[in-house]
Design a protein around this ligand. Structure first.
Ligand SMILES: [Zn+2]
Length: 416
């Protein structure tokens, strides 16, 4: 099926999000709409893009499976560039305790917190971790996601971290979605190292990184750089060691308080700094002048009832902003792209165009995939979605509703 040629024609809009690099500031408003557009695909790659009448003159329609997209908008597939999609157990009890106002400490005393997920992940079989994550990928794909990032970080010992990463490699091989893997051994200090954070950082550098490198399937190294978890100095030490082993870098930064994580990300030329709810004005300036993508996770702050990252100010300052779900079993058990669009526009005051750029080409750039996915350009992967409506503007407007009709992944058709 993969070498089949597909021609999608008469789309009310082809929204190209055209580009081969991240868009910053004002450029995020340019999504490149072609009215009555067409896209031709061959061998999973986009070969023609333009007004239907132009594309029809360039291809021999007899060679193509034709899709009449009249009344529907065609967009690039979404890129969810920050998730923790492989984990054991769920924490619905803990969520209900939090909703009734129980304190953080009392929840911890009852076995809550990240250690809960660590224990569950360590005791869940490879096959069960795989099956659960596979189902999550199906859900994401139904909402138009075609590339997703996943992090380890719930094993916090070498064996379980490697299992999480191997699950993600097998998901990338078996599931239609592309799964980009990130090593997050520095998610939190595990109980075995309580009070000895520097020793745990040494353990990650000396014992974990070389084995993770040997897996050859892992692109990024990430660190939870926050007050009381990993300091700026510890994060920098770890990330420099990772960089020397040819990992690309990501940071969980300034999500709990203004800690200087954004500045560190810019200084280390990290590919992305993620969360940023409490980024300082200076941090915004540094990100705007760097190549680092500012990845915002409004579903997480919504789920926690916390303030949103200053996405509007960041774009106005010239940052390249990406949006991601942040899916995890603790603070955000959701990968809802429809709700993500609504929160980004209604709460964070992004325009629909900026939100779309943030979930396509800028999401791709946050994974180093901007040359291959994230826009409808000739030569890129045919990762496309058709909406049930004639305009991309329905994405935030139809609040919380999934309006994806059809997903085309690597040139293969999937009806939602
Ligand atoms: Zn995260």
């Amino acid at each position: 099926m993969e070498d089949e040629k597909i021609l999608i024609r008469n789309a009310s809009q082809v929204v190209t999000c055209s580009g081969f690099e991240a868009k910053r500031g004002k450029a995020m408003s340019d999504v490149g709409v072609i009215e009555d557009g067409a896209v031709a695909v061959s061998n999973g790659i986009i070969t023609h893009v333009g007004p239907t009448e132009v594309v029809l003159r360039q291809v021999d329609v007899d060679d193509y499976l034709e899709i009449d997209a009249y009344g529907r908008a065609l967009l690039p597939g979404f890129v969810d560039s920050h998730t923790h999609l492989v984990f054991g157990g769920c924490r619905e009890e803990e969520f209900s305790w939090r909703m009734r106002g129980d304190s953080y400490m009392s929840i911890m005393e009852r076995g809550g917190g990240i250690v809960n997920t660590m224990n569950a992940t360590r005791s869940t079989s490879y096959d069960d971790l795989f099956e659960d994550a596979y189902d999550r990928l199906d859900t994401m794909m139904d909402m138009g996601v075609t590339t997703v990032e996943g992090k380890s970080g719930y094993g916090l010992d070498l064996a379980t971290e490697l299992i999480q990463l191997r699950v993600m490699k097998e998901l990338n091989d078996d599931h239609p979605l592309d799964v980009v893997s990130t090593f997050l051994g520095a998610h939190v200090v595990p109980p075995e190292f309580t009070g000895r954070t520097d020793a745990y950082v040494d353990y990650i550098i000396d014992e974990m990184l070389p084995h993770v490198r040997a897996e050859r399937s892992v692109t990024f190294c990430d660190v939870f750089c926050e007050q009381g978890v990993f300091s700026i100095e510890q994060s920098e030490r770890l990330l420099k060691a990772a960089r020397s082993q040819r990992f690309k870098l990501k940071l969980h930064a300034d999500g709990i308080g203004p800690f200087g994580g954004a500045e560190l990300a810019a200084r280390l030329k990290a590919v992305s700094a993620d969360h940023l709810s409490h980024v300082s004005n200076y941090g915004i300036k540094r990100l705007a002048r760097s190549g680092t993508i500012a990845t915002l996770l409004p579903l997480t702050t919504f789920s926690l009832g916390k303030p949103y990252a200053p996405g509007r100010r960041m774009i106005d300052a010239g940052c390249a902003v990406a949006l991601a779900s942040g899916l995890n079993p603790e603070s955000c058990f959701s990968c809802s792209i429809p709700l993500l669009f609504a929160l980004a526009c209604i709460q964070m005051k992004l325009t629909p165009e900026e939100a779309l750029t943030a979930l396509t080409i800028n999401g791709a750039a946050a994974l180093g995939r901007e040359k291959k996915v994230g826009s409808i350009d000739v030569g890129k992967k045919a990762d496309l979605i058709l909406l049930k409506f004639p305009s991309y503007k329905f994405l935030p407007y139809h609040v919380g509703m999934n309006i994806v009709d059809t997903v085309i992944k690597d040139g293969v058709l999937y009806i939602v």
